[in-house]
Design a protein around this ligand. Structure first.
Ligand code: NAD
Length: 482
C-alpha cells in the first residue's frame, strides 16, 4: 500500500491510495482562514472506478459469515481507538469543533462500530406458516449491494461511521464521499479501515464537492444511497437517481423546544444551552426555537441569557475545552447574522450575543445569541439556521405551542421540559417528529433508531433498525412434502 495523506488528501479505491493529477479543492480552517490541505475534486471516471471496485468486492463480501464481518468491524473500531487525538485534531482544524468535543465524537464512533459489530451477528429471518401442508416459507434478509454513502461536515466521523457500521454489518460494500469541508478526517478514517484485514474494495473513499456526489448518486450501478445533508441536496439526489434505488435521507430540521410551567427551569436552561450552542448550533438536532410558558418565561430567559453570555467562544485547537468554536463557512456565518437581523427588524429583543466577534476575525466566530419575544413569522422560528442562535416565544396554551412546534416542514427532533405526567405524554404523542426528548436533550443514542419525517427525510440511522436499510428481503417457498 502506498503512503496516504502526506499533506494532500487522496482517494482510496480498491485498497490503493490513488494519485490525482486533476483539479483540487482547498480546505480552510474556519478558526483562522488558512488553507490546511487540499483534496481531489474527483471526476465521474474516478467515481466509476470506486463503484466498480465496490461491485466486484460485493460478490464475495456478501457471502462472508456475519461473525467474520463482526470481527472486521471490531478491528476497525480498534484502529479508530488508537488514533482518537489525530482524528479529533483533523476534525477541529477542518470544521472548528473544539478539540475536546471532537475527541468525544471519535470515541462515540468507536462505540458505534463495536455496536454494529455485535448487531451483525444477530441478523435473522423467519419461517412463515403456509396454508398448504408440505410447504415451508423462509424469509431471509440479504445485503442490498453497493452503497453510495454521502456525508456532511458537522459530525464528519460519526456520520460516515454510522453508515459504515450498519452497511458492513449487513454485508454491503461502500463508496463513501465525505464533505468537501472535512475530507482530511474522512481520509484518516479510511486509513483506520485500511490498517485492518478488510478485503480490498469493500470500502472505498473518494473526495469532491457536489458534482462528485452527483456522479456517485447518478451512477447506474449503485443499489442504495445513504445520504445525510440538507433538504435541498436530498431532493436533488432523489430527482436524479439513475434507476430504482433504495434511499435513506437524513435531512435538516428546525427543532423546537417546549418549556411548560411545571419544568425544572435549571435543567431546562442547562439543556437549552447544550443543544442550542454545542457545535456552534451546527447540529441537525440543534434547538432552533423555543416556546416557553408565560408563568416561567421571564425567569427562564434571564437564566438562559446569563448562561449564553458565559459560554467560552474560541479556537478549539488552542482552547480544547472551549464551549463554542467558529462556524464552518461564510454561508452559515451570513445566514446566522441574517436570521438575527430579520428577527430584530420584526420586533425581537437580543438578550445575549447578537453578532460576529470581530476580535477573532478572519475566524468565523459568532456570539451565542438569544432572541426573545419572537413570533412564528421570523426566519429563526421556521427555517434551519445551523448557527449559534435561538429564538424564544412566549405561550399560554400548550396545544397552541405544540401546534406552532409542528407548523414547519421539519420533523427531525423536538424537546420538552415538564414535570407533569399528562404534559409529558401530551408532548410525546402530539409532537410530529422522529425523535422527541423530554427532560433531556440527547435525542440520538446509538441503541435506538434515529430518523426524521416530513421535510427531514426518511430512513433511520442508529439502532438495530439502521441495518434494515442495507438489507433486502427474500422469500423462499419450499415444497418438501413433510
Ligand atoms: P449539503 O447538502 O450541502 O452537503 C452534504 C453532502 O452532499 C456533501 O458531501 C456534499 O458534497 C454532497 N452534495 C452536494 N450536492 C450534491 C448533489 N447534487 N448530489 C450528491 N451529493 C451532493 O449539506 P451540508 O451543508 O454538508 O450539511 C448540513 C445539512 O445537513 C444541514 O441541513 C443539517 O441539518 C443536515 N444534517 C442532517 C443530519 C441528520 O441526521 N438528519 C445530520 C447532520 C446534518
Amino acid at each position: 500500500m502506498n503512503k496516504p495523506n502526506n499533506g494532500t488528501v487522496r482517494n482510496w479505491i480498491n485498497g490503493v491510495w490513488t494519485d490525482h493529477a486533476g483539479p483540487t479543492i482547498d480546505v480552510i480552517n474556519p478558526a483562522t482562514g488558512q488553507v490546511v490541505t487540499s483534496q481531489p475534486d474527483s471526476s465521474a471516471e474516478q467515481v466509476d472506478s470506486a463503484v466498480s471496485a465496490a461491485r466486484s468486492a460485493f460478490s464475495s463480501w456478501r457471502t462472508v459469515n456475519p461473525s467474520v464481518r463482526a470481527q472486521h468491524l471490531h478491528a476497525i473500531a480498534d484502529q479508530v481507538a488508537l488514533r482518537i487525538d489525530e482524528l479529533a485534531t483533523a476534525v477541529t482544524i477542518e470544521m472548528g469543533k473544539p478539540l475536546d468535543e471532537a475527541r468525544g465524537e471519535a470515541r462515540k464512533l468507536v462505540a458505534a462500530l463495536h455496536f454494529y459489530a455485535e448487531e451483525a451477528t444477530r441478523l435473522r429471518g423467519s419461517i412463515v406458516p403456509n396454508a398448504d401442508d408440505g410447504f415451508s416459507s423462509l424469509v431471509e434478509y440479504e445485503p442490498i449491494g453497493v452503497v453510495a454513502a454521502i456525508a456532511p461536515w458537522n459530525y464528519p466521523l460519526e456520520l460516515i461511521g454510522w453508515k459504515l457500521g450498519a452497511g458492513l454489518a449487513a454485508g454491503c460494500t461502500m463508496v463513501i464521499k465525505p464533505s468537501e469541508y472535512s475530507p482530511g478526517s474522512g481520509l484518516l478514517l479510511a486509513e483506520c479501515v485500511a490498517a485492518t484485514e478488510l478485503p480490498a474494495g469493500v470500502v472505498n473513499m473518494i473526495t469532491g464537492a457536489g458534482q462528485t456526489g452527483q456522479a456517485l448518486t447518478q451512477h447506474g450501478d449503485i443499489d442504495k444511497i445513504a445520504f445525510t445533508g440538507s433538504g435541498a441536496t436530498g431532493a436533488a439526489i432523489a430527482r436524479g437517481v439513475a434507476k430504482a434505488t433504495s434511499l435513506s435521507m437524513e435531512l435538516g430540521g428546525s427543532c423546537p423546544l417546549i418549556v411548560t410551567e411545571t419544568a425544572d427551569l435549571t435543567e431546562a436552561v442547562r439543556g437549552t444551552l447544550r443543544r442550542a450552542f454545542r457545535n456552534a448550533g451546527q447540529i441537525c438536532i440543534s434547538i432552533n426555537r423555543g416556546y416557553v410558558h408565560t408563568d416561567v418565561y421571564d425567569d427562564y430567559l434571564a437564566a438562559l441569557a446569563e448562561g449564553a453570555t458565559r459560554l467560552v467562544v474560541a479556537d478549539g485547537l488552542q482552547t480544547p475545552n472551549a464551549d463554542v468554536g467558529p462556524v464552518v463557512n461564510q454561508e452559515i456565518f451570513d445566514r446566522t447574522t441574517a436570521h438575527i437581523a430579520d428577527a430584530v427588524q420584526r420586533g425581537a429583543r437580543v438578550i445575549a450575543g447578537g453578532g460576529p466577534i470581530s476580535d477573532l476575525a478572519p475566524g468565523l466566530f459568532l456570539q451565542p445569541t438569544v432572541l426573545a419575544d419572537t413570533d412564528q413569522d421570523m426566519l429563526i422560528m421556521h427555517e434551519e439556521t445551523f448557527g449559534p442562535v435561538i429564538g424564544i416565544a412566549r405561550y399560554t396554551d400548550l396545544d397552541e405551542a405544540i401546534s406552532q412546534a409542528n407548523s414547519t416542514s421539519a420533523g427531525l427532533a423536538a424537546y420538552g421540559f415538564c414535570r407533569d405526567l399528562g404534559q409529558t405524554f401530551t408532548l410525546s404523542k402530539q409532537l410530529d417528529f422522529g425523535n422527541v426528548a423530554i427532560n433531556n436533550v440527547d435525542a440520538g443514542i446509538i441503541n435506538a433508531p434515529y430518523g426524521g419525517r416530513k421535510g427531514s427525510g426518511f430512513g433511520v440511522e442508529h439502532g438495530r433498525e439502521a441495518i434494515d436499510g442495507y438489507l433486502h428481503v427474500k422469500h423462499t417457498r419450499i415444497r418438501h412434502g413433510a
